[in-house]
Design a protein around this ligand. Sequence first.
Ligand code: ADP
Ligand code: ZN
Ligand code: ZN
Length: 828
Amino acid sequence: MERKTYFVDLILPLPVPGTFTYRVPFEFNDWLKVGIRVVVQFGSRKVYAAIVKEIHERIPQDYTPKYILAILDSEAIVYPDQLKMWEWMSHYYLSSIGEVMNAALPSAFKLSSESKLLLNPSFQLGEITLNEKEELILIALQNQDSISLSQAADITDQKKVFPIIKGLIEKGMLLMEEELQEKYKAKKQSLIQLNKEYNSEESIRNLFEILEKKAYKQLEVVMAYLHLAQREGKTDAIIRKKAVLSQLDNGTAALKALEKKGVFRIFEQNISRLKDVAKTKKIEDIIFSNAQQKAMDELQSILIEKTTCLLHGITGSGKTEIYIKAMAEVVNEGKQVLYLLPEIALTSQIVNRLRLYFGEKVGVYHSRYNIHERVEIWNKVLQEKEGEMSYQIILSARSGIFLPFKNLGLIIVDEEHDSSYKQFDPAPRYHARDMALVLAQQHQAKVILGSATPAVETFYNARSGKFGLVNLKERYGEGRLPEILIGDLKNETRRKTMNGHFSTFLINHIKAALERKEQIILFQNRRGFAPRLECEQCNWIPQCPNCDVSLVYHKNQNRLRCHICGYSTHLIHKCSDCGSDEVRMKGFGTEKIEEDLGIMLPEARIKRLDLDTTRAKNAYENIFESFTDHQIDILVGTQMVTKGLDFENVSVVGVLNADNMINFPDFRAFERSFQMLVQVSGRAGRKKKKGKVIIQSFNPYHSVIQYVMNNDYQKMYDTQILERRNFKYPPFYRLIKFSLRHKDYRELNNAAADFAQLLREKFGARVLGPEYPMVAKIRGYFLKEVLLKLEKGFKTDHSRKEIKTIIDTFNSGKQYKAIRIIIDVDPM
Ligand code: ADP
Ligand code: ZN
Ligand code: ZN
């Protein structure tokens, strides 16, 4: 072993800028690699797993570096290309590379002395053999619910604990705490194995003789087992209990008896949710319509020249089939595909559709899956070797861009306009669609952006030639676009024909659809029962004590709740301002719609799909399935119902109130309302029947509603792009939003004014504010915003450096140390 002195530059999972240099003890020299994790101490007590970014021999001049304590991985878990992407992201989104690391790695990779560990509830003792140290950790966890990694270190030994914990996580014994909050529940199956004592020809013959006379059913079970075991090539093969029992009638009791006698061992095993798939269709089975074929041809020829192509196809036009064929070609070339979706709720439908064609090649990566599977997928993508790829297609929400792809050929960004592609909190506040382009560049891969309602920025890029553009303007097959009608709220209110929040027009359509045994989707953009209470005498509104929003009444729990911080309190009947007891509920949410409908249409089967009804794991899937099976007539929901659902039997879609969406004070409100209304309309009449969409509004001649009625994306785009240009918004200007946060209102005001001044010195009139945002207080902190509008092409790198310097100066002064500045590049 060479006795050279090496240093490593490490990325630590912290919101502090830059990398950190540590010294390598000689005995680790041979194990060093870029992209592996090492354990280091940072600060006086804390210990972290950090990523090796660079190995070098440059001795730090002004301080004595600490030694690294241990090495966690034998192979890199992150490629050099990924590290480059992390750097890019950290630079562009003005966040630390440690924050990027935190977003990028599955949490099981991010060990620190503060990590909380739990026993995996589905772990079974005896599944693995433990050594002495591991045994000690197990005992500790049997006595308390969780222990921190530093406690584990006290039990074992500081230097060794990280590798031990890493091993136990990989073996499935331990979980990290954040994991369990997601209600981890493993899927299990029962397995049978012949016990050793019976595993010889002689003992089987003896067993047969006994059973033949006394217990014929048991003999049948043994024979069924042996039959299946022989197919596996071993008389004591492990066979699924279900498979054995399906060979005969009523074998359960007999099998139990055999277990008692010690003939069989029956045990449970977790099965990966990702594997039970059958590939039943061939790509050649997809017969394109003429329009699809034309789109596909165009797409392919565009992607020879360009990296990115927008597929602008109306709802139900069959974009997914086009993706599938495009993916198949890339898969055949032996390359990987990343399929991005805005939300994981949508994956279960699409994953089933893809698995019909690609079977086990499809893997799902998302933070809702348990930690073990996330690491499993990460490792599988990492280990892809040519010729033996297991997951060639990865389906994922935004975090999929961080996976260790080796030879990515294609990225599909489905519903590219969706704002859930943007990470809001914490930093880095990245946009996965935009990062997909960066990722594709690294791999020389292609990108297909698909949407019925592209983001204005995307369409602009397509029009200006940066992206290719392919149109698909008709629905597949006999599907036709729905007819869009108006429920005129002003008119019906005047004529007194409203039934609560329902126009007679909408109710009549709902009733008619019910009579025809067709289904209905109703959309209301608020959850809960009433968005606010209000005093009739003095207009006092109960507010959250921590946030600048009104409390929402939830009838189900009979409580008022804050939708931002979760604060809740009992229902208020008396005004705290004037003492009047005329406190009334105002506005309406999905809960109220559900209740009112139930009273008006007692026969109808009504269900609600919103955040409140889908908190439990699989709740979304269950509602979705019962709607598909027509066990629900009317589905009432928030934006969840606007996304991706493809129901055959829906003939009426109702939008309860389009106005509050349109009037939202945001430069994207117009675009967003258009997208929302078109997407929800797209749920109607997707198969043969022509559906109807009824939009209720007080202002039916508003241009957004007119564009939706005429299905005129182009007009919407034209008006918006003009406004964007006139009022200096994207795509012509790049926005960077700074939100300053502090508990003290006055201090915040001063700080924000000074900060804006510092920015103005460098950027002049490009700085707007400070201003109070729409919600000016969140969780007890006051907020003030400063907006920077940089014209496209304006000294991009240079301005980032200036911003960093300004923030450093600002924060390093004593005065504003406690002010937090949240930076959002390209805010949504
Ligand atoms: P989009 O994603 O564009 O809204 P989908 O891809 O969901 O539309 O297609 C709408 C419906 O038409 C789906 O049920 C899909 O299976 C069906 N479909 C589309 N193209 C084909 C095709 N070539 N062959 C058979 N069915 C198709
Ligand atoms: Zn009052
Ligand atoms: Zn609150």
